[in-house]
Ligand binder design. Structure first.
Ligand code: NI
Length: 214
């Protein structure tokens, strides 16, 4: 109810407190972290990340930094593109009690035929949340920070987050996974979030000029 800030929904845990309910320190830390995440319009988000072939201390430091940034931003997932690095690295923590997991060179080698629809946000597209349909379960082959092969069988939010982040590594955003109509609506929310328009100050729908998504 309290303005544009409340609209800034990100890749957050379900049940996480609303932004307005965060204590000052958490909020300041979150805003600082969000400021470091590349936003829609930055070409790095449209680039394809490159497979990692050196599992060294530099990679582990990068993973560490990404995990900390994701955590500070109150996100559930973050892909390297989002911090301007074109390595095929993602971190995620679907549930608050889980440790932060990192997947290097992830490959989704199996997807269920069964699809599930749920609302997603993206740290790179603040103010936008859209219904995205994805396979309900996936099996992902990847390497860990030390190059060890790992196999992840995921469902529910974990499966969704991994698919969202793997999309990032391929330059794909949630806006590409929705209908043209939903994309127009999302772009409108985005524009309003940038302009600080709140639901209370939003003009009647009919007088809002629609522009085509880029
Ligand atoms: Ni995202």
């Amino acid at each position: 109810m309290s303005g544009a800030e409340e609209d800034v929904e990100v890749e957050r845990e379900p049940g996480a407190p609303a932004v307005a309910e965060l204590d000052e320190q958490t909020r300041v830390r979150r805003d600082a972290a969000l400021a470091r995440v590349r936003k829609l319009g930055d070409p790095v988000l449209r680039a394809t990340a490159v497979a990692v072939d050196r599992f060294d201390d530099a990679l582990r430091a990068e993973i560490e930094r990404m995990g900390a940034l994701m955590s500070d931003a109150l996100g559930v997932g973050l892909a390297a593109n989002q911090v301007g690095i074109l390595n095929r690295v993602l971190v995620y923590r679907a549930y608050a009690d889980d440790p932060i997991a990192a997947l290097v060179n992830p490959v989704i080698e199996w997807r269920s035929d069964e699809l599930e629809s749920a609302e997603e946000g993206c740290l790179s597209i603040p103010g936008v949340h859209v219904e995205v349909e994805r396979p309900a379960r996936v099996r992902v082959r990847a390497r860990d920070a030390y190059g060890q092969e790992t196999l992840v069988e995921a469902e529910g939010l974990q499966a969704r987050v991994i698919q969202h982040e793997v999309d990032h590594l391929d330059g794909i955003l949630i806006l590409d996974r929705i209908s043209r109509e939903a994309r127009r609506e999302a772009m409108r929310s985005l524009r309003e979030a940038r302009e600080g328009v709140t639901p209370e100050t939003r003009p009647a729908r009919a007088v809002v000029a629609e522009t085509s998504p880029a």
